[in-house]
Structures are given as structure tokens and as C-alpha cells.
Design a protein around this ligand. Structure first.
Ligand code: C5P
Length: 222
């Protein structure tokens, strides 16, 4: 089976989602947003009233929610137990809680297994662009193309503020710094650049330029 896997990692606000979708579209590949999976499980835990300050409580219920991912780059999505949660998983409540849930090894083990299944099933159709924090290091360490996107804290906070309503650049900068610290200091599969990933600083680039640069790297590597 021949198929391409493009791993796109980096902190929040680095431009991963838009760039990953654009690259998938340009190459005719599927697109998987692994952050949406951690967000969906977090939404489910909040709905059930699970105490998110108790990792053992999260672990105990981690096998219950069933996720269904849609990997069309033009209409990506996630459903939990058949419920479309694409709206609520972007809300402040889930965003503030997701790092506590994604740090729990039982949650990660289950979602990484599902991510690998989705990747494998995409290969006969050409392949997939996968975005997250641990794709190049843990989920798909053999991916032929690995990109690690970064951007200055100011650029990232500005982008997020433009995407969301009713927030300030300062509030976003603080919220993102908190989430990045939690994501990169956790024991289980922390946010990290794979040794063989190409680092791309998107601070001075617009979306089309980021996509063009990733496509150039893809061509070089495959
Ligand atoms: O990318 P996004 O901001 O939607 O990710 C939400 C959260 O999900 C991250 O802050 C991180 O805690 C978690 N995550 C993860 N591993 C991934 C993708 C996301 O731990 N591969």
C-alpha cells in the first residue's frame, strides 16, 4: 500500500489547522485533527460531571466515549456517541479543561490507537495530513514528512483573538501560555519537535505562504 502521511505538530495558534487543511486539499489527502479528539473526550467528561482534577476519575471513564471522525479537509468533524460536537468543543470551557484530560495516559493510549487506525485506513486512498502535538514523535514516527510549526507568542495570540469573539490579545496570550506549558511539560507524550521534523516559523507568513512552504517540503521529501 502506498500512501503519504504528513505529520504537522506545534503549539496552539501556530497556524496548524488552516495550513493542514490547505495542504490536504492541495494534495488530495484526508485530514485528521487530533486536537478535536482530545477536545471531544473533554466535552464528554464535562457532560458526565467527571472531576477533571482527578486523573484517576478521568482514566476510569476513558473507554466510554465513542468518537467518529470525518476526515474530509473541506468538512472535518467529530461526533461523540453520535452527537455532533464541533461547536461546543471550541468553547472556552473545553479549551480550558482539555490539557488536564489529554495528560491522562489512558486517554492518550486509546486516542493514539484510534488515530493510527484512521491513518492506516487512509493510505489506500492516498494518505492523510495529521495535526497535533505528538504526531511526529508518537502517533506516526515513520511519517515521511514531519513539520513542526512555530510562531511568536504575539503572532499566535493575535491569530487566536481574530478567530474568537469577546477576547483580548492579553487574555489569549495568557491562556495559550498556560496550555502550552501544560502540554509540553506533561509526562505522557508531551508537545515536542521530532528530531527529523522540519521547523517552520510562520510568524512572518500568511496562510498561502505557509501552505506553499509545506508543499515545497513535501516535494523535497517524497
Ligand atoms: O490543537 P488543539 O488546540 O485543538 O488541541 C487541544 C488540546 O488537545 C491541546 O492543548 C493538547 O492538550 C491536546 N492535544 C494533545 N495531543 C495532540 C493534539 C492535541 O495532547 N496530538
Amino acid at each position: 500500500v502506498s500512501g503519504l502521511v504528513v505529520a504537522m505538530d506545534g503549539p496552539s495558534g501556530s497556524g496548524k489547522s488552516s495550513a493542514s487543511r490547505g495542504v490536504a486539499r492541495a494534495l488530495g489527502l484526508r485530514y485528521l485533527d487530533t486536537g478535536a479528539m482530545y477536545r471531544a473526550v473533554t466535552w464528554w467528561m464535562l457532560q458526565r460531571g467527571v472531576d477533571l482534577e482527578d486523573p484517576a476519575a478521568i482514566a476510569a471513564r476513558s473507554a466510554e466515549p465513542t468518537l467518529t471522525m470525518t476526515t474530509d479537509p473541506d468538512a472535518p468533524g467529530v461526533a461523540v456517541d453520535g452527537v455532533d460536537v464541533n461547536g461546543p468543543i471550541r468553547g472556552a470551557e473545553v479549551t480550558g479543561a482539555v490539557s488536564a484530560v489529554s495528560a491522562v495516559p489512558e486517554v492518550r493510549r486509546r486516542l493514539v490507537a484510534l488515530q493510527r487506525e484512521i491513518i492506516a485506513s487512509s493510505l489506500p486512498g492516498g494518505g492523510i495530513v495529521v495535526e497535533g502535538r505528538d504526531i511526529g514523535t508518537v502517533v506516526a514516527p515513520d511519517a515521511p514528512v514531519k513539520i513542526y510549526l512555530t510562531a511568536s507568542a504575539d503572532a499566535r495570540a493575535l491569530r487566536r483573538t481574530a478567530e474568537l469573539e469577546g477576547t483580548s490579545v492579553e487574555a489569549q496570550r495568557a491562556a495559550m501560555a498556560r496550555r502550552d506549558t501544560l502540554d509540553s511539560t506533561r509526562k505522557a507524550d508531551p508537545l515536542a519537535k521530532a528530531a527529523d521534523a522540519v521547523e517552520l516559523d510562520t510568524t512572518p507568513l500568511d496562510l498561502d505562504e505557509v501552505i506553499a512552504e509545506v508543499l515545497r517540503i513535501v516535494k523535497e521529501r517524497v
